[in-house]
Design a protein around this ligand. Structure first.
Ligand code: NDP
Ligand code: GDR
Length: 337
């Protein structure tokens, strides 16, 4: 029997939350995994490659800049990938209001460079673009599907709409197997500390450890459809295993306010969130996305994707991981009467 050739995957943004999970998934499926990282990551691996600690010896990392076509071209030509997961982006919505220009540059040009390099060098390569529910922004319908009109509310959202359109255009114009996932918020113990879920769960752990007394938050009424990152990256992989490229919403179909997340996280360690949360007007955004709720019916039907981890389990996993990190035991949860 002729052995199956090893499939080669390339991941931009491999150092991030999703990059680390998809790298693990691909390794478990026997892929040769290559990651594009910034040069500073190779200089300072102890700080910048921590999410990859468990798999460092099994992956190949290449330095390139999202701002330089030449460097992206060089890595693609060296790796010659069969599948490319383009996850690198300035991904923090709040920061996109502070630095609109670099958000647009990195997110739009980075995507364009990678698509162009794939088309020019490895046109057989399957391409995944990390689209976002932030593209819906001020959504005109609830729940949001692949057919809901985009109305982004930040340069981050605008950059993702542009990336989505570039990906679709490369699919239609050059016949690339290029798909976009429209992923709703997904979290995990590997989430960056600046995002609200991790800010809350790490805040709970710090309060429990006696390292802080309060947690300042912005808009507590915003609603998000929160899932688990490990399950969402499986959706990315499934998209690239289809015969034809397409776009898919990945979501849980449940939405919760930021205050519900905080209430549950504090309750898990026996604390009342109202005693610790300090509302901070400076943390509100100039334009907010008030309500996101995804309908993943298409992904369920066509990909066979579904989520298993619910809201409570996600919050619990994140709180417990942050408590462990600080060496504190989460107290037994008090059941509210
Ligand atoms: P993270 O913020 O955890 O990771 C972002 C990655 O992009 C990191 O590897 C980071 O590298 C890299 N990156 C950022 N800016 C640049 C740059 N200028 N040049 C090169 N690399 C850069 O994001 P997630 O893992 O959460 O998300 C992955 C992708 O999915 C992103 O594109 C995000 O916008 C999108 N997305 C995420 C969702 C979520 O809920 N998590 C939902 C929908 C879409 P470094 O470590 O060096 O900073
Ligand atoms: P989001 O995630 O903007 O949805 O983008 P984030 O966790 O930053 O905000 C979610 C909601 O919480 C409100 N909020 C706060 N947010 C932060 N970061 N810090 C606070 O103190 C705070 N207080 C309230 C926000 O106003 C917002 O309404 C994430 C990113 O991963 C994107 O890359 C991705 O595309 C989308 O999810 C889907």
């Amino acid at each position: 029997m002729v052995p199956m050739p090893v499939r080669r995957a390339m991941i931009s943004g491999i150092t991030g939350q999703d990059g680390s999970y998809i790298a693990e998934l691909l390794l478990s499926k026997g892929y040769e995994v290559h990651g594009i990282v910034r040069r500073v990551a190779i200089e300072d691996p102890e700080h910048r490659l921590t999410r990859l600690d468990a798999i460092r010896s099994r992956i190949h990392v290449h330095a390139a800049s999202l701002e330089s076509y030449a460097s992206i071209h060089q890595v693609v030509a060296q790796v010659m990938p069969d599948e490319c997961y383009h996850l690198a982006a300035q991904s923090f919505v709040s920061y996109s209001f502070d630095d609109e220009f670099s958000t647009l540059n990195a997110n739009i040009n980075g995507t364009h460079y990678l698509l162009a390099a794939v088309k020019n060098i490895v046109p057989h390569c399957r391409f995944y673009f990390a689209g976002s529910s932030e593209m819906f922004g001020k959504a005109e319908e609830v729940p949001q599907t692949e057919r809901t009109r985009f109305h982004p509310r930040s340069t981050y959202g605008i950059s993702k709409v542009a990336g989505f359109e570039l990906t679709r255009n490369y699919r239609e114009a050059y016949n690339l197997h290029a798909s976009s996932g429209i992923l709703f918020n997904h979290e995990s113990p590997r989430r960056g500390f600046e995002f609200v879920t991790r800010k809350i769960t790490s805040g709970v752990a710090r309060i429990l450890a006696g390292r802080s007394k309060e947690l300042r938050l912005g808009n507590l009424e915003a609603k998000r459809d929160w899932g688990h990152a490990r399950e969402y990256v499986y959706g990315m992989w499934l998209m690239l295993q289809q015969d034809a490229p397409d776009d898919y919403v990945i979501a849980t179909g449940e939405t919760h306010t930021v205050s519900e997340f905080a209430e549950l996280a504090f309750a898990h360690v026996g604390l009342n969130w109202r005693d610790y949360i300090v509302p901070d007007a400076d943390l509100f955004r100039p334009a907010e996305v008030n309500l996101l709720l995804g309908d993943a019916s298409k992904a369920r039907t066509k990909l066979g994707w579904s989520h298993r981890i619910g809201f409570e389990e996600l919050v619990r996993e994140m709180v417990e991981a942050d408590c462990r990190m600080l060496g504190v035991e989460p107290k037994a949860r008090t059941t509210a009467s």
